[in-house]
Design a protein around this ligand. Structure first.
Ligand code: BGC
Length: 830
């Protein structure tokens, strides 16, 4: 039999669709009317940023200024500062680990609420590039190595955000799967790999969630850069898939006026310096492009405005904001639903987790200074963070928890946080103070017109970060400067640096995301405040697309003796019933603008785990990283819990899970293995080109092809109860799976369905994910889930024909707990 192609529609669904179609028609009419009132200059001006995050308002047609903001774990808003806090959800890898599109939808609905609160119309998210190589620097920000899982989670997220009347830009279209040379790299990808892997999540989201936007990537694909990719944007995205949203460039990705317009780029961000605007109006007047082509782009922008309620005279897509969501509660729920328990060995007759009653020795700098989100443009500023130490202190009986640092993942300077009391003083060229601002975390990031009150770019000549630092510890403190340009650093009356910092690379974001160098070492005494001043001359080049002032003061505490710190943690572990070690990556490991060079945990964290495990056989390791890291000690410890970047409530969720108040609900959305074994790793282009030579074999498809065994396979994850898969029936391509919770507590199971051709075929993966569903049951209870295997699961892209080909034949349907743990296998012939 052939799987069903479309959705079955009930009566209510038909009425709803009719209403939606009527509203769409009304909005289209309003869009046409507004378009008709605009002259060429206004139209060209609307297609580029007036600043970093917004488009110009056009009051004459009732158009408000459209405001965009990153995404994806929160809504930062138009200011890059903790003065304007946002709820920080767990990393996208964590959301994907829930394998629950409905949870992603709820996350989206919360983000829409955040966006509305901040006056944001469009969230620059989700990121649906794939985990091609584990070295990809922004993996934490994407979902999975599997296109189907990515598409399902992405669809839930987009549907959720848009259910709150806020737009999304699904990004980065397409093949922005690594960061090295991201502005210039030409990714060479076969049409088949594009269709079956990299385009697939975008296609699924366009079909299932009708996103109001996409963001085109920096990179080129098979020649053209993505902001000028007529084939992939005009033919595939708009033509084949019927995408009717807006196409926004990644920031500064648009390079050419006519090329971008022809390539279907509607909005060139940011501004005011841009390839659109006046340059576009001129191109029309010079006959290089037609006004009709400009109109097509303007129509898309006006449609977006109409949908989000920024165009007067027409009903937005969502008239009534949905019911309020409790952000911190949802952040905590997602975190515990995302934690993946990959190992839980018996100790003294029962699994190491949940924790047994008794004393707990907690260690790891990341347990106290928690790493809850990844770096780069995905950064948001939560108003509080619950660290693992906070969470466990609140949850465990008084007097049962000890803490020691053990090892610090930060081997470099970090933000000037604890002990600093700083403000920014803005001066004009004569030295007169023209305004002041607050400087949380020693970091200034002023974009466009987002300057302290009374300050304008025309008058601003220098900014001084000034105030006091009261050390927590005595010893040699190190200071550094993040940013480019002329700086003077003075500590306690001594000037340590008075020079110019120049870029090491030509990535314009390097100044924001790169590592600060050490510029001063000062011997200071705990509790004794000293004066600190970092003076910066503002010399913004007119060539920059937007005016951005970004720099920060960085700091490192006195270095302790690493061996002594590890020994101290091991001693505490020896004396406790259970040892919990929290290890993590840092902003210098997982961020934007660069890829990773290895998968090791930074600093002496591996040594810490080994020392603690040697001292206490009941050692539980919690790993806070957005993407895979090597766990060379994994067989030496009792339990390993992968906690991703768990968001602002991470420590509370961790306590829920460690104590057993809740079970960890996550399953791996990506294979975890050592770099030496990973089949696809290359992220560095040669002569500007990166060959995706592995074709359709990435992630588990590649591990299978290479015949290698990873540390933990795709889909793996343990809960606190047991499941028996009792039976599975196939009715056509609908699989009904019955299972029973055979354990002693309620639980949730992710039922996974893989398809494997009965006759191995080297041109296809050995098996692939074809469906999944979440089941819940109380102890001893039975439950069932039904899932439909999509037609696409049986198709391959036929390059010669330029179309999908349905591959008839016999397959095994493997239903179970992970890709390597099938519980029921049943044949299907299609
Ligand atoms: C990132 C995008 C982000 C944009 C705006 C770019 O560097 O690649 O994901 O939305 O900046 O911050």
């Amino acid at each position: 039999m052939v799987p069903s192609q479309g959705l079955r529609r009930g009566g209510a669904a038909v009425t709803q669709t009719a209403n939606a179609e009527e509203k769409d028609r009304a909005r289209e009419a309003a869009v046409e009317a507004a378009l008709g009132l605009l002259d060429l200059d206004a139209k060209a001006g609307l297609l580029s940023g007036q600043d970093m995050w917004t488009l110009p308002a056009l009051p004459e047609i009732g158009l408000a200024s459209l405001v965009m903001s990153d995404g994806p774990v929160g809504v930062r808003g138009v200011r890059w500062t903790s003065d304007d806090p946002s709820v920080a959800l767990p990393s996208p890898t964590a959301l994907a680990a829930s394998w629950d599109p409905d949870l992603a939808r709820r996350a989206g609905a919360l983000l829409a609420q955040e966006a509305r609160r901040k006056g944001v119309h469009v969230l620059l998210a989700p990121t649906v590039n794939l985990h091609r190589s584990p070295l990809g620097g922004r993996h934490f920000e994407a979902y999975s190595e599997d296109p189907y899982l990515t598409g399902r989670i992405g669809s839930g997220y987009v549907a959720g955000v848009q259910s709150g009347g806020v737009g999304t830009t699904v990004k980065h279209f397409v093949a922005n799967d690594a960061e090295t040379d991201r502005f210039t790299v030409n990714n060479l990808v076969s049409e088949r790999a594009l269709r079956e892997l990299y385009l697939a999540p975008f296609e699924a989201i366009v079909a299932d969630a009708r996103p109001w936007g996409v963001m085109t990537a920096y990179n080129s694909v098979n020649g053209p850069t993505m902001t000028e990719h007529t084939h992939l944007v005009q033919d595939v995205l708009r033509g084949e898939w019927g995408f009717d949203g807006v196409n926004v460039s990644d920031w500064v990705a648009a390079r050419s006026t006519t090329g971008a317009l022809r390539g279907g780029l509607d909005i060139a961000m940011p501004g005011p310096r841009t390839v659109y605007g006046a340059a576009l109006a001129r191109a029309v007047r010079d006959g290089e492009v037609t006004e009709a082509e400009v109109d097509a782009a303007v129509r898309n922008v006006l449609r977006l405005a109409a949908r989000v309620g920024a165009l007067a005279g027409t009903e937005p897509a969502v008239a009534e904001p949905p019911a309020a969501v409790d952000g911190p509660a949802l952040a905590r729920e997602i975190a515990r639903r995302s934690f993946v328990l990959v190992r839980n060995e018996p100790r003294a007759g029962r699994p190491a987790l949940p924790l047994r009653p008794g004393t707990v020795a907690l260690s790891g700098a990341a347990a106290r200074d928690a790493r809850v989100l990844g770096g780069g443009s995905a950064t948001v500023f939560p108003d509080h963070v619950v660290s693992p130490l906070d969470g466990l202190t609140a949850a465990l009986p008084e007097g049962t928890l000890t803490y020691s640092v053990g090892a610090d993942p930060n081997t470099e300077l970090t933000a000037a946080g604890a002990g600093f009391d700083l403000r920014a003083v803005c001066r004009d060229a004569s030295g007169e103070v023209i305004g002041t601002g607050s400087v949380p975390g020693g970091h200034i990031q002023w974009m466009g017109s987002d300057l302290p009150e009374g300050v304008t770019h025309d008058r601003l000549d220098s900014v001084e970060l000034t105030g006091t630092f009261t050390p927590r510890e005595s010893g040699t403190h190190t200071f550094g400067i993040k940013g480019l340009g002329a700086f003077t650093l003075t500590i306690d009356g001594t000037t340590y640096f008075d020079d110019v910092q120049r870029p090491a690379k030509d990535d314009p974001f390097e100044a924001m995301f790169g590592a600060p160098e050490s510029r001063a070492e000062a011997d200071l005494t705990a509790g004794v405040p000293v004066e600190v001043s970092l003076h910066h001359l503002i010399r913004l080049s007119d060539d920059l697309p937007a005016k951005v002032i970004t720099f920060s003061l960085a700091h490192a505490e006195p270095r302790f003796d690493p061996d002594a710190a590890i020994a101290e943690a091991a001693e505490a572990a020896r004396a406790a019933d259970t040892a919990v070690v929290v290890v993590a990556t840092t902003e210098r490991v997982e961020s934007e603008g660069f890829d990773r060079t290895d998968l090791r945990l930074p600093g002496r964290q591996d040594d810490l785990v080994r020392a603690v495990a040697a001292a206490n056989p009941n050692t539980v390791v919690v790993v806070n990283s957005g993407s895979p890291v090597e766990l060379p000690w994994r067989e030496e410890v009792a339990a390993v819990l992968l906690g991703w970047f768990p968001g602002q409530e991470g420590g509370a969720a961790l306590a829920d899970v460690l104590t057993g108040a809740e079970e960890p609900g996550g399953r791996l959305p990506t294979t975890w293995g050592d770099l030496a074994d990973a089949p696809v790793t290359r992220v560095t282009p040669e002569n500007g080109e990166l060959h995706y030579g592995e074709g359709v074999f990435i992630g588990y498809r590649a591990w299978d092809q290479a015949g290698r065994t990873p540390a933990y396979p795709f889909g793996h994850g343990l809960g606190y109860t047991d499941w028996e898969y009792e039976s599975a029936d196939l009715d056509g391509t609908a699989a009904t799976v019955r299972l029973r919770n055979t354990g002693e507590r309620p639980g949730r199971e992710v039922v996974q369905v893989y398809l494997a051709p009965a006759e191995p075929d080297a041109s296809r993966p050995a098996r692939w994910l074809a469906g999944f569903a979440v089941a819940e049951a109380g102890p001893g209870e039975r439950t069932e889930v039904t899932l439909d295997l999509p037609r696409r699961a049986f198709e391959v892209w036929d390059e010669a024909a330029g179309s999908w080909a349905f591959v008839k034949g016999s397959y095994e349907v493997r239903i179970g707990r992970s890709i390597t743990d099938p519980r029921i296998t049943t044949p299907i012939t299609v």
